[in-house]
Ligand binder design. Structure first.
Ligand SMILES: Cc1cc2nc3c(=O)[nH]c(=O)nc-3n(C[C@H](O)[C@H](O)[C@H](O)COP(=O)(O)OP(=O)(O)OC[C@H]3O[C@@H](n4cnc5c(N)ncnc54)[C@H](O)[C@@H]3O)c2cc1C
Length: 115
């Protein structure tokens, strides 16, 4: 563990000292903002690496990309940046603040959002 209690991981998100244990999300000792968005990216790399390690393929690496952040401020306002560029407030409001990206969760769970 790191000094703050997070799990030390390598580029493949394997926990230090284990080839078959992966850490994703806030518990992983990665020097980046702790975000659900990042946790999703970690999960994709970890799943690929579990499959690759079982099939004897080379493991893929995780690298923090440009920081993307969308902050809803009520239904009709928000601030955000995408790949380092500041977004217009109306775009964040339309893109996130109205429904907090719930459609994405429903889609990822392969379920239909109730009306
Ligand atoms: C106020 C706030 C706003 C945020 N807004 C955003 C945002 O807009 N966009 C974004 O991308 N991210 C946002 N985040 C960050 C995001 O919530 C976290 O990065 C994300 O939830 C991390 O997911 P995780 O699964 O790693 O950890 P968690 O979501 O913390 O899940 C860990 C789970 O483990 C459980 N647990 C802990 N200990 C034990 C135990 N001993 N036994 C069993 N279960 C245990 C906890 O109860 C919890 O349910 C926000 C966070 C906060 C606090």
């Amino acid at each position: 563990m790191a000094d703050d209690g997070a799990l030390k991981v390598n580029d493949h998100l394997q926990v230090h000292g284990f080839s078959n244990v992966f850490a994703v999300g806030d518990c992983a000792n990665l020097q980046e903002p702790k975000l659900a968005y990042h946790a999703g990216l970690h999960a994709s790399v970890a799943v690929t690496n579990i499959i690759n390690s079982l099939s004897g393929k080379q493991l893929t690496s995780y690298h923090t990309g440009n920081i993307t952040m969308l902050l809803a401020m009520g239904r009709d306002d928000g601030v955000g940046q995408f790949n380092g560029f500041r977004l217009p407030r109306w775009l964040v409001a339309v893109g996130k603040s109205r429904d907090l990206l719930l459609w994405k969760s429903w889609r990822e769970m392969q379920q239909k959002q109730p009306c």
